[in-house]
Design a protein around this ligand. Structure first.
Ligand code: ADP
Ligand code: MG
Length: 444
């Protein structure tokens, strides 16, 4: 009888083995034992609750096909957790420094608040981070920092870490990437030391978690993370999380998203030009060389949405300055950084922004320019708008022309030629066009 029952489980296993990686199979499915199986129910022994969750989350449908169901058609599985039965670890308080696992990140000593240059895009998040570092667990909890790649999220996490290590020496603090947290969990599950791991995490005063986006689609780990999270917050321990997206945009459970929104959600944006120049100047001074202000502006104008790239540029220039012992001019910078610089004079400018600026300088409406009116002032404004669109937008003429109420590309070209000729002699028109260009630049 038992062999037959066991074979139902065996059948299930051989069925799912085909669609599971061998590591996953070995880690999660092999350790499960059948303790009892009848026509109406089955009792499985699992090493811990994660295996139970894993099994149900991932194989519910398959289990239904192979194993007994109850009257209402649901799985009739009882779980027995072997760990708690046979291997109860005595509960002891883990000394704070006991675990020095390689999974944890050492704080980068350069990532301090002092070295973090402030601008409008990051002022708020910096002061939130500083507030947390000064009074961990007592201000915003959790602090959730989100923003694009290379904008200083990790820097701020380490800034908090460095500050707390210096100013609150008795607090235990760890920084972990989400990948490392998952690895830690898998390791401890395998070694049946999950309780120890839990105690460790739950004894921390401050937990910094980097790149939480990696928790997406890791259903089995999300729950353990969420539990750790709740335990810490309930004990007024500080949590800081960094992510490339705001909580609501992460593909995580509602419960997890809600927890992350409990405290303060702060965005870290792309720094503006002045801040980028300040960052360049600060980093060059740190590296012991100086670049002229105009070159700093030149670089900041053309590397704008990732500070790590700015650093890469500075490293290259610094190597050049050291090896060649030459001054860094704009030409040198342009040459050395060729493939790093982004020249986007035109693609950020839209026909709409041109239309708006032209309309305001000619004191007419955008709809007039798009319309058919042949009144001199309106017709001229329309030609100027087409001229500027061809000059400033790197798109096909046909596409640009169609944005002018469905004009053809030859009309556009005709207008462009006409205005190009006219500004050679018509100073007034030239000035108007200059003014429009400045308006457009100010908008983009
Ligand atoms: P993220 O984690 O957001 O991808 P990082 O924190 O790794 O970005 O930052 C990338 C690099 O840019 C780091 O070397 C960091 O020191 C630097 N950096 C980012 N923001 C600033 C800033 N405001 N001032 C100075 N350096 C910064
Ligand atoms: Mg980072």
């Amino acid at each position: 009888m038992l062999t037959c029952k066991e074979s139902a489980w065996q059948q299930f296993l051989s069925f799912v083995q085909k669609k599971t990686s061998s590591i996953e199979f070995q880690n999660w499915l092999s350790p499960i034992k059948v303790l009892e199986l009848s026509d109406s129910s089955v009792t499985l022994e699992v090493p811990n609750i994660f295996v139970r969750e894993y099994l149900i989350d991932n194989y519910k449908q398959d289990l239904l096909s192979f194993l007994p169901k109850n009257a209402s058609g649901e799985l009739a599985i009882n779980f027995v957790i072997s760990e708690t039965q046979s291997n109860p670890e005595p509960l002891k308080i883990v000394p704070k420094e006991e675990k020095n696992d390689s999974n944890f990140i050492k704080f980068n000593k350069h990532y301090t608040f002092e070295n973090f240059i402030e601008g409008t895009s990051n002022q708020f998040v910096k002061s939130a981070a500083f507030g947390v570092a000064q009074r961990p667990g007592k201000s915003f909890n959790p602090l959730f920092i989100h923003g694009g790649v290379g904008l200083g999220k990790t820097h701020l996490l380490h800034g908090i870490g460095n500050f707390i290590k210096q100013n609150h020496k008795s607090l235990s603090i760890q920084c972990i990437t989400t990948e490392a947290f998952i690895n830690d969990l898998v390791f401890n599950l395998r070694n049946k030391s999950v309780d120890k791991m839990k105690r460790f995490y739950r004894n921390l005063d401050v937990l910094l978690v980097d790149d939480i986006q990696f928790l997406q689609n890791r259903l089995n780990f999300e729950e353990e993370f969420c539990n750790t999270f709740e335990t810490l917050i309930n004990q007024h321990r500080q949590i800081v999380i960094a992510s490339d997206k705001p909580p609501a945009q992460l593909k995580l459970s509602e419960r997890m998203v809600a927890r992350m929104e409990w405290g303060l959600v702060a965005h870290i944006g792309v720094p503006d030009l002045e801040t980028r120049v300040a960052i360049i100047q600060n980093k060059t001074v740190q590296k012991g060389f100086i670049i002229p202000t105009n070159v700093a502006f030149f670089i900041a104008e053309h590397i704008y949405n990732n500070i790590r790239q700015l650093e890469g540029a500075i490293n290259r220039l610094s190597a050049y300055a050291r090896l060649m012992n030459k001054e860094i001019t704009q030409d040198v910078a342009e040459n050395l950084l060729k493939e790093m610089l982004e020249f986007t004079p035109s693609n950020k400018i839209s026909v709409e922004s041109i239309l708006k600026s032209v309309a305001s300088v000619f004191e007419i409406r955008v709809s007039d320019i798009k319309g058919e009116s042949r009144l001199k002032n309106i017709a001229e404004a329309r030609q100027v708008a087409m001229y500027l669109a061809k000059e400033l937008i790197a798109d096909s003429l046909t596409k640009i022309a169609s944005s002018f109420g469905g004009k053809t590309h030859s009309t556009l070209l005709h207008s462009w030629k006409k205005i190009s000729e006219e500004i050679k002699t018509n100073e007034m028109l030239g000035k108007k066009i200059q003014m429009i260009k400045r308006n457009i630049e100010a908008q983009t």
